[in-house]
Design a protein around this ligand. Structure first.
Ligand SMILES: Nc1ncnc2c1ncn2[C@@H]1O[C@H](COP(=O)(O)OP(=O)(O)OP(=O)(O)O)[C@@H](O)[C@H]1O
Ligand SMILES: [Mg+2]
Length: 336
């Protein structure tokens, strides 16, 4: 199967007064045409920054330090701003948690779509616009009369669907959904996720779903990637990886509790992820790893294949390191 997206050694840094924050620090992955890929990892691990980099919407003090983002073989990082503007919506679109707030509350949905499409060079007659909009609204489970409404007349779930309709209006080959349902209540969340799934199947677009909810992720994605402290630490087919996680961080995520938030609390306290400005040497996860070895403190693990289609960055998968390892308990490590 062909790749629609290839991200190669992407680095996105934020220049802050105190330090250079390496929000994304050498991430490589690819997405096949029409694939549903999930991106998980705790708060601050760099998931949204990857999404923004793909959209070329990283704002100062952030910058794309290096790497390649190939969409359908074309490196987005070398396009002019104008060329990139044309790719957005046409080739790659994004729906975020806050998307609904980007709708102008005092302008009817129909007018906002017409303006949005016009800015992408799509000029339709009133009648064509009506038809196009009715079709798009139907695809996301909304009635055609929503076109004549103002955003303030719609519920949060309906507004998110409108944003999804806009995102698919030019049939992009990649849709990035960054926690698209996390501002909604649980029942509406499930419905909106089903809609995203339906839309994805209808259009055949690839989707990157970013989220915290492992249940939603397992239902939606066929493959997942796990981010930790600016790095991809594991990726693989969803079922295979949930059954047999190979990175200690993923293993902690997969243990019994249903939500990532609860797991984070268990792993190390939600308020204490590693500071992005001061990342540990060696393996970024070593200060919190139950299996830490002395090697992990100094040497960064390589990202290697551990099972068919499953990759992990952990020294436990390097037989040479393990054979020479001096295992340290987390307590001993903390004393060092
Ligand atoms: N404007 C900014 N200035 C400085 N640092 C930033 C800025 N925006 C993001 N960062 C840094 O980038 C890192 C990654 O942030 P990002 O929003 O990508 O995380 P995330 O994985 O999407 O988290 P969440 O699950 O909370 O949405 C953070 O640790 C943060 O320190
Ligand atoms: Mg985010």
């Amino acid at each position: 199967m062909n790749s629609i997206l290839q991200v190669n050694d992407l680095r996105v840094y934020f220049d802050t007064p105190r330090a250079i924050v390496k929000a994304v620090d050498g991430v490589t992955f690819d997405i096949k045409t029409g694939e549903r890929f999930g991106l998980i990892g705790e708060s601050g691990s760099g998931k949204s920054t990857i999404a923004l980099a793909i959209m070329r919407l990283v704002r100062a003090p952030g910058r794309i330090e290096s790497g390649e983002i190939l969409l359908d073989g074309e490196n987005l990082l070398t396009l002019s701003d104008q060329e990139m503007r044309r790719r957005r919506l046409n080739k790659v679109a994004m729906v975020t948690q806050g998307a609904m707030n980007s709708l102008n509350p005092v302008i009817r949905i129909r007018k906002q779509f017409a303006d949005g499409l016009e800015s992408h060079g799509v000029n339709l007659s009133n009648e064509e616009m009506g038809e196009r909009l009715a079709d798009l609204l139907a695809r996301v489970g909304l009635k055609p009369n929503v076109a004549n409404m103002y955003p303030h007349e719609l519920s949060g779930g309906m507004k998110q669907r409108v944003c999804m309709a806009f995102a698919i209006s030019l049939r992009p080959s990649l849709i990035i959904a960054d926690e698209p349902t996390s501002a909604l209540d649980v029942v509406v969340q499930r419905q909106v996720m089903q809609t995203l799934r339906q839309v994805q199947e209808d259009l055949g677009s690839a989707v990157i779903l970013i989220g915290h909810d492992m249940g939603l992720m397992a239902q939606f994605a066929s493959r997942v990637g796990v981010m930790y402290a600016g790095k991809m630490v594991e990726e693989g087919p969803v079922r295979q990886m949930f059954n047999r996680p190979e990175h200690p961080y993923t293993r902690l995520l997969m243990e019994s509790l249903p939500s990532l938030e609860e797991k984070e609390a268990l792993v190390g306290g939600k308020g204490s992820p590693p500071s992005a400005a001061d990342r540990p040497r060696g393996c970024v996860f070593h200060p919190r790893c139950p299996y830490v070895m002395d090697h992990c403190i100094d040497v960064e693990p390589v990202y290697r294949q551990v099972h068919p289609n499953q990759f992990a960055a952990c020294h436990l998968h390097d037989p040479e390191v393990v054979s020479k390892a001096v295992a340290l308990s987390p307590v001993e490590e903390a004393r060092k």
